[in-house]
Design a protein around this ligand. Structure first.
Ligand code: NAI
Length: 506
């Protein structure tokens, strides 16, 4: 195979550097690991050898291959030793001044054709390259931790990067067994930018007292299929990492309201309650396991009231069929009888507003989130309004739990929890396409592989129907008057043709 880069240097032998060195050696390059701490590169070499040995022991690699890999990975004791490399990847401390001075030194050492690359996660590739004589030879490779298992890499073009350099880096990424995606040099690149919709909206929901952390995690996992709830994710990443990232992207975009961080994480960070690694975050941990309060118990209800469904409910026919399957007595009159449990299923609006607009008795009115197809979710979510009677709440809870599906009852807010979070994720992704951060295809690939979402944000928007997502956003904007919910022009334009399809305008 014709390898894109024969001699590769990796500078910084920490968590990222050793992973990059491993996959570069596996691609067939001669790899040189350098670290200012000599013992760090030696430790990294031993760690990578151990990975290969364990893959050999598991039968995933043969001994000849492991032997070859080992001969391709070397340590270097000084920067001088890297002068013949045709690619140098930097994975040192995340400081602009230190990265800049390293590359200035390297540029004087290596040949004109050498490609220099930073693995920065939050700095501007263009800013690092600004002082270089050959910024065209400089680009970003944003890998994810752990590198060998997270099979996606963002190839980032700075303002002056030569497109041939990105083509070569893309080819090399594939040779390393990774899926490359192309990103323009913008704050957060693709994955860390697209990830803004999840945690920030969940925090906002908590700040309004709609539900507690654990309930929000349960709902988003069971309704959308996220592997981790936003608060489980915060605990895993730790707030000393994720809160500064939230602030940095918000400020780099000049206080764009869509990315606004929360005082909740600022305070918890100040208090040291940063996550699993310190034994307490949004959850408390015992022996490394989160202590999770039990799910809401299903109330015992002996007699169920008849049910009336608003003619404006979303997925109304599906909802009526579901009620039939659950054995409910369904009223068919133009308005509910005086005893009826009154169901509404708004998109974006709160239950109270719907009850008022539709002139329904708020004491008997309950909302159900029907954004997703009920058959495709593991949990139903009901919302009360401040006037809802407890017997009506309990009847609705017990009725929708009759077939054994989990049910959460939350407080009223504009949009339901899932609607708000999903609409934000789709909207931010759409706006990234609007800004030309990347192509719609690369966006979905990067987010699926980099964040482990069940589907890419744009494919998710298509699954739910872009017009439904738009309706949620328009109505959230009406309820909150907050510009963070304004729909991206790209989402409006693509609403009719779909979000994830390749289109001539991309
Ligand atoms: P780390 O702290 O595990 O390793 C950094 C290594 O660089 C250390 O061994 C240190 O001795 C060495 N080093 C520091 N300054 C140096 C210099 N001037 N010359 C040579 N070696 C030097 O850090 P980690 O987590 O591996 O991160 C490295 C880079 O990768 C950072 O820019 C970080 O933002 C980025 N990154 C990190 C991710 C992560 O999840 N840890 C994900 C994506 C990117």
């Amino acid at each position: 195979m014709n390898i894109a880069f024969q001699q590769v240097a990796v500078i910084g032998a920490g968590a990222m550097g050793r992973g990059i060195a491993q996959i570069a050696a596996q691609a067939g390059s001669q790899v040189f690991l350098y670290d200012t701490q000599a013992e760090a590169s030696q430790k990294a070499l031993i760690a990578v050898h151990q990975v290969w040995d364990s893959l050999l022991a598991k039968g995933r690699l043969d001994s000849e291959t492991v032997g070859r890999y080992k001969t391709q990975l070397h340590t270097a004791s000084q920067l001088q030793d890297l002068k013949n490399c045709d690619l140098i990847v930097e994975a040192i401390v995340e400081r602009l001044d230190i990265k800049k001075s390293l590359f200035l030194e390297l540029e004087n050492l290596v040949s004109e054709s050498t490609v220099l690359v930073t693995n920065t996660s939050s700095l501007s590739v263009t800013a690092i390259a600004a002082a270089l004589k050959r910024p065209a030879q400089f680009a970003g490779y944003h890998f994810f931790n752990p590198v060998p298992l997270m099979k996606v890499v963002e190839v980032i073009a700075g303002l002056k990067t030569n497109s041939d350099v990105c083509v070569r880096l893309t080819a090399f990424a594939k040779q390393m067994g990774h899926t490359p995606v192309q990103a323009n040099d913008t704050p957060g690149f693709i994955v860390n930018h697209a990830g803004r919709g999840y945690g920030t909206e969940a925090l906002r929901i908590v700040s309004e007292g709609v539900a507690d952390f654990a309930t929000i995690d349960r709902i988003l996992k069971d309704q959308v299929g996220f592997k981790l709830g936003p608060f489980e994710l915060f605990d895993l990443t730790a707030l000393d990492v994720s809160h500064p990232v939230m602030e940095s992207i918000y400020n780099q975009y000049y206080q764009e309201p869509r990315y606004r961080p929360s005082v909740i994480t600022a305070q918890r960070l100040a208090g040291g309650v940063v996550g699993k690694k310190v034994g307490e975050g949004f959850y408390k941990y015992q022996d490394g396991k989160a202590i999770v309060a039990p799910d809401q118990a299903v109330p015992e209800v002996k007699e169920f009231p008849p049910v009336w469904v608003s003619p404006r409910a979303s997925r109304r026919l599906e909802l009526l069929q579901l009620l039939k399957d659950l054995g409910a007595t369904i009223e068919t009159g133009a308005s509910p009888s005086p005893h009826a449990l009154t169901l509404v299923a708004p998109l974006g609006f709160d239950v109270t507003t719907v009850a008022v607009v539709e002139r329904l008795d708020p004491a008997r009115t309950i909302g159900i989130d029907m954004l997703f197809d009920d058959a495709g979710t593991k949990r139903r979510v009901l919302a009360t309004n401040p006037a809802t009677r407890s017997d009506m709440r309990d009847a609705a809870h017990a009725l929708f739990a009759k077939d054994g599906k989990a049910v959460s009852v939350v407080r009223d807010s504009g949009g339901f929890i899932t609607q708000r979070v999903v609409a934000n994720i789709v909207n931010i992704a759409s706006d990234m396409c609007q800004q030309g951060v990347c192509s719609p295809q690369d966006l979905d690939v990067a987010v699926t592989l980099g964040l482990g979402y069940p589907v890419g944000p744009l494919a998710l928007g298509d699954k739910l129907g872009p017009t439904n997502v738009l309706e949620v956003l328009f109505n959230l904007q009406t309820v909150y008057g907050d510009p963070r919910y304004r729909p991206s022009p790209w989402l409006r334009r693509r609403g009719a043709i779909g979000l994830s399809l390749l289109h001539t305008e991309d």
